[in-house]
Design a protein around this ligand. Structure first.
Ligand code: C2E
Ligand code: CA
Ligand code: CA
Length: 576
C-alpha cells in the first residue's frame, strides 16, 4: 500500500516503471479514481485504478449502461476532449438511470502531463459518490418543507409545490390556466386547544387534514400553512363553477361533528379564496390574497373571494389602526358636544359627547369608521375611557368656569365591544370620583347589541352603573332587534329614537306609527325619550306634541367645541 504521495504528477519520471507509478498515484488518492489513456486506435484504455474505484464500479456494474469508465463513452470523450483543448480540469455530475438504486456521482478529470505512454494522452478521472449526501440534503429539504404533525407541506413547502405545479403547466402549454388558493382557518381552535389540551388539539388538526385530503381532486395540493390554517391549491377550468364545487366540498368537511378522544366537537372554519393565473405574477401573491380574503371572512362569517377593494379597505383599516393608536397616545382626538333639548320648554338639559378625529392626511374621519376600527383592534377600550374622562372633565370645567354646578348633564356613548371587554362601572366610578361629578349628571348611551351578546353580563354591568346613580339610555332604538321583553327587565331610563325614523316621520306614515309606538311604550315603562336628528321646526313641534321628552339635532345645533357648547348653553338659558 502507498501513503499519500507528495510529488506532483509532473515530477514523475516517465522513464521508470510507468504502470507502477500510475498505480501508486491512484492508490494514494482517498477517492475513487482511474487513470485512462486515450489513443486514436483503441479509444480509451484503463491504466490503473484504486480499490475505491473498484468498489464503486462493482456497485454500478450491475446497472445498465455503465461503461468501465462509469461515464458513457460519448460523454467521456467530450469531457476529455475539452481537457485536450487546453482546459485544466473539468467536472460534471453523473446520475445513473437505475430506478432501484439511483446514484449521483461527481466526476472530475485532469490531464496528466509528462505521463504519456506511447504518446497517448493520459487522464486522471476521480469519482465522488454524492448519493448519500444528496439524499440527506433532500430529506432535510423535505423536512423543512413539511409539517411534522400532518406530513403535509408547510407554508414554504406549499409555495414551492405551487411554483412547481405552475411551471409544469407551462410545459404542457397550458400556461394561462387559472388557479385558486383557498385559505382555511379553523375557528375556535385555540379555545378547544386550551380547554381539551394540546393532544386533542393535535388530533383535531390531523383529523381535519385527513378530511380535507379526502375532498381533494387529483392534482390539488393541500398544506398546513399555520397552527390552525390550511391551504389548498386547485386548478380551475371553469372559475365560478369550480370554486362553487370546491366550496361545497369544503363545507361538507365541517358539517359532521368531530369525535376526539371521546369528545364531540363541531368545527367551523373561515374560508378565503384568491384566484391567480399561471405564468402571471408570483403565486405567493395569490396566497397572500387568499389570506386577506380569509381575514374578511372572519368578519363576515361567509366564504370570501379576494377582491382588490378588500385589500384597499384592509390597507386603509390597517393604516387607520396604526394612526389611531398614535392619535390616542398623542392626545390628538377631540370631543364635540351636541346639545340635548327639553322639548316641552326648549331648555338645554345637557350634551352628548361625540368623538372627533382629524387625521393629518385624510382629514376628518367619520366616527362611524374609526370607532369600527377601534372596536376591531381593541383600541375601543382606551378610546372609550378617554372619551368618558374627557367628557366628564369638560362638565367640571364648565362648572368651574361659571362658578356653580350647572343644571346640565353629559351623555357618553359606550360601544358594545367596550361594554363587553372593560369593567365599565369601575372606569365610570374612577372618573366621577376624580372629577368630583355627581353620577346623576352622567348618562351612558348603550346600543341593543351591547345587551344581546351577553344579556346576563350586560344586566350585571347595567346594575353596577345604576348603583353609581348614572342614567342609562338605549341608543339607536328601533334599528336593532327591539326585543321589548328585555327592556322591561333592565334598568333603562331613556330610549333614544333612531334618527332614521325621526327624519322620515314627515313623509312616511309607518315611521310616524313606529315613533308613536315607541313613545307610548316608553311611557308605559316609565322611561323618558329622546328623538335624534331633529332638523326642522316641524319635527320639533310634532315630536313635542306626541309627548317625546327630549330632542337633539341640527335644528338646535350641530355638535360644538367645548367652549362653544358652554356659550350655547349660557345664551339659550338666558333666553328661556
Ligand atoms: P350616535 O350616538 O347616534 O350619535 C348621533 C349622531 O347623529 C352624531 O353623528 C351626530 O352628529 C349626528 N346628528 C345629530 N343630529 C343630527 C341631525 O339633525 N341630522 C343628522 N344628519 N345627523 C345628526 P357622529 O358624531 O358622526 O357620530 C356617529 C356615531 O359614531 C354615533 O352615533 C356613535 O354611534 C358613534 N360615536 C361617536 N362618538 C362616539 C364615542 O365617543 N364612543 C362611541 N362608542 N361611539 C361614538
Ligand atoms: Ca349616541
Ligand atoms: Ca344614536
Amino acid at each position: 500500500m502507498h501513503g499519500v504521495r507528495k510529488e506532483t504528477v509532473e515530477e514523475l519520471d516517465t522513464s521508470s516503471n510507468v504502470a507502477d507509478r500510475l498505480a501508486g498515484l491512484v492508490a494514494s488518492l482517498p477517492i475513487a479514481a482511474v487513470i485512462v489513456a486515450r489513443n486514436d486506435l483503441f479509444g480509451f484504455t484503463s491504466l490503473a485504478c484504486n480499490d475505491a474505484f473498484a468498489t464503486l464500479h462493482a456497485i454500478l456494474d450491475s446497472q445498465q449502461g455503465v461503461s468501465p469508465f462509469i461515464l458513457e463513452r460519448d460523454r467521456l470523450a467530450a469531457l476529455l476532449a475539452s481537457l485536450e483543448s487546453g482546459e485544466k480540469n473539468v467536472s460534471e455530475r453523473w446520475c445513473s438511470s437505475d430506478l432501484v438504486d439511483p446514484r449521483e456521482i461527481d466526476i472530475s478529470a485532469a490531464r496528466l502531463n509528462n505521463m504519456g505512454v506511447n504518446g497517448d494522452n493520459v487522464f486522471l478521472i476521480s469519482f465522488v459518490d454524492r448519493t448519500a449526501e444528496i439524499q440527506n440534503q433532500r430529506n432535510l429539504h423535505r423536512e423543512m418543507l413539511s409539517d411534522s404533525l400532518t406530513g403535509l407541506y408547510n407554508r414554504t413547502g406549499f409555495e414551492e409545490a405551487v411554483d412547481n405545479a405552475l411551471s409544469h403547466s407551462d410545459a404542457d402549454g397550458q400556461n394561462d390556466e387559472n388557479f385558486a388558493i383557498i385559505a382555511i382557518d379553523l375557528s375556535r381552535f385555540s379555545q378547544i386547544n386550551e380547554y381539551a389540551g394540546a393532544i386533542v388539539g393535535d388530533e383535531l388538526i390531523v383529523t381535519v387534514a385527513s378530511r380535507l385530503k379526502n375532498i381533494l381532486r387529483g392534482r390539488d395540493i393541500l398544506a398546513r400553512i399555520g397552527g390552525n390554517e390550511f391551504a389548498i391549491f386547485a386548478r380551475l377550468s371553469d372559475d365560478a363553477a369550480d370554486i362553487d364545487a370546491i366550496c361545497a366540498r369544503l363545507t361538507s368537511v365541517f358539517d359532521a361533528p368531530y369525535s376526539l378522544s371521546g369528545l364531540q366537537v363541531n368545527m367551523d372554519a373561515a374560508i378565503g379564496i384568491g384566484v391567480g393565473k399561471a405564468g402571471n405574477g408570483d403565486p405567493s401573491d395569490t396566497i397572500r390574497q387568499a389570506q386577506i380574503a380569509l381575514k374578511q371572512a372572519k368578519r363576515t362569517n361567509k366564504i370570501e373571494l379576494y377582491r382588490k377593494e378588500v385589500l384597499d379597505t384592509f390597507r386603509m383599516r390597517f393604516s387607520l389602526e396604526t394612526d389611531l393608536r398614535h392619535a390616542l397616545d398623542n392626545d390628538a382626538l377631540s370631543l364635540a358636544y351636541q346639545p340635548l333639548i327639553d322639548l316641552s320648554d326648549g331648555r338645554v338639559i345637557g350634551f352628548e359627547a361625540l368623538a372627533r378625529w382629524e387625521h393629518p392626511v385624510h382629514g376628518m374621519i367619520d366616527p362611524g369608521d374609526f370607532i369600527a376600527v377601534a372596536e376591531e383592534c381593541g383600541l375601543i377600550v382606551p378610546l372609550g375611557k378617554w372619551v368618558l374622562s374627557k367628557a366628564v372633565h369638560s362638565l367640571k370645567e364648565w362648572d368651574d368656569a361659571v362658578g356653580f354646578t350647572l343644571p346640565i348633564g353629559m351623555n357618553v356613548n359606550l360601544s358594545a365591544v367596550q361594554f363587553a371587554r372593560d369593567d365599565v362601572a369601575q372606569s365610570v366610578r374612577d372618573v366621577l370620583e376624580e372629577a368630583n361629578i355627581d353620577g346623576k349628571r352622567l348618562t351612558l348611551e348603550l346600543t341593543e347589541s351591547a345587551i344581546l351578546s351577553d344579556p346576563d353580563r350586560a344586566a350585571q354591568a347595567m346594575h353596577a352603573l345604576k348603583a353609581l346613580n348614572t342614567c342609562l339610555a338605549m341608543d339607536d332604538f328601533g334599528t336593532g332587534y327591539s326585543n321589548l321583553a328585555y327592556l322591561q327587565k333592565l334598568p333603562i331610563d331613556i330610549l333614544k329614537i333612531d334618527r332614521s325614523f325621526v327624519t322620515e316621520m314627515l313623509q312616511d306614515r309607518d315611521s310616524v306609527s313606529i315613533v308613536r309606538a315607541v313613545l307610548s311604550l316608553a311611557n308605559a315603562l316609565g322611561m323618558e325619550t329622546t328623538a335624534e336628528g331633529i332638523e326642522t321646526v316641524e319635527l320639533s313641534n310634532t315630536l313635542a306634541a306626541l309627548g317625546c321628552t327630549h330632542g337633539q339635532g341640527y335644528y338646535y345645533s350641530r355638535p360644538l367645541s367645548a367652549d362653544d357648547a358652554l356659550a350655547y348653553y349660557l345664551e339659550r338659558s338666558a333666553k328661556v
